[in-house]
Design a protein around this ligand. Structure first.
Ligand code: HSE
Length: 316
């Protein structure tokens, strides 16, 4: 069996108006690698090595690493189909910051499962693998949601269906939009950012959420960028979560003043995103956010587009 390397991109969960049901993959326009990678190679016994810029932020014991848990889960699923588990050495290149709102855990999970599946010559179809990815994501964040793993794995902008036989549908994207993603450098736990949300919603909030999502999906299908942008407000999480994000209101105001069409929290934050109508405006917004929203040396800001391709495989 030949070693393989999987790359899985960063992603924006929720995209403001689709809490837990909408997500988009990210690809920096300057070619920066913004996603984790996993290499799977033959070995005499299982081993996991962690490298990369954010490796030191992960637990020291590889057995507790999510990639080891993906391996165990994958082998158990394989055993249920009557196949032998492969003995492999895995290397995780942890390129995304942890607790960043960029789908960092999803990126590791997707890269791990995609690499294992490719290494074993694709025993599982995309939907089956996606369900496994969602289960592992749920172990980390406290509940199963696919809005990072799905776009990370499948690319583009994906909407969750709630149906196990087809977890996602792919939405058209507004091709001329540029998405600024700015990570402030602090860490926010997804589980904690979920815990601060109310368990039930007032009727008017539920109606706004449904209306926005319906209008947004329609607008994407008829390629009406203005209509799409007009409903990109977060009525569910942002009112509570922005208190965790120093400088959020100023960043929103400045981004919109410079021409961004929409601004919001990426996933559970602290990364924020700004959807911009052209690259020039995106560059200006990125400059402002880099100068004013970033809190420490770990922070960064990228002008991105939404790639049609999600996770990729190449021979190692
Ligand atoms: N939909 C998730 C949330 C994304 O907002 O909690 C974070 O992983």
């Amino acid at each position: 069996m030949k070693p393989v390397r999987a790359y899985a991109p960063a992603s924006i969960g929720n995209v403001s108006l689709g809490y837990d049901v909408l997500g988009a993959a990210l690809s920096p326009v300057d070619g920066t690698v913004l996603g984790d990678e996993v290499v799977v190679a033959p070995a005499a016994e299982f081993a996991l090595t962690v490298e990369g810029a954010f490796a030191h932020k992960l637990p020291a014991d590889p057995a507790t690493n999510i990639v080891s848990r993906c391996y165990t889960h994958f082998c158990e699923a394989l055993a249920r189909t009557g196949r032998h588990a492969p003995i492999v050495a895995m290397t995780l290149y942890k390129n995304l910051p942890i607790g960043s709102g960029l789908g960092s855990s999803a990126s590791s999970i997707v890269a791990a499962f995609h690499a294992l599946n490719a290494y074993c010559d694709y025993p599982f179809d995309e939907n089956t693998l996606l369900i496994m990815m969602g289960e592992l994501e749920g172990q980390i964040s406290g509940s199963v949601h696919y809005d990072n793993v799905a776009p990370c794995y499948q690319g583009g902008m994906t909407l969750m269906t709630g149906a196990a036989k087809q977890i996602t549908v792919s939405l058209p994207v507004i091709e001329h939009w540029y998405w600024v993603a700015c990570y402030s450098g602090i860490s926010v736990s997804t589980a904690e950012a979920r815990d601060i949300l109310p368990r039930t919603l007032p009727m008017d909030v539920a109606l706004s959420f449904g209306r926005q999502l319906g209008v947004f999906v329609h607008a994407l299908h008829v390629r009406d960028a203005e209509l799409a942008a007009s409903v990109m407000q977060d009525v569910i999480a942002e009112p509570y979560r922005k208190a965790l994000l120093p400088g959020f209101d100023d960043a929103r105001q400045a981004s919109l003043a410079q021409g961004a069409l929409a601004f919001g929290i990426s996933g559970s934050g602290p990364t924020v995103f700004a959807a911009c109508p052209d690259e020039q405006i995106a560059n200006n917004v990125a400059r402002w956010l880099a100068d004013n929203y970033i809190q420490n040396d770990d922070g960064f800001c990228h002008v991105c587009q939404i790639p049609a391709q999600g996770a990729t495989i190449r021979p190692e």
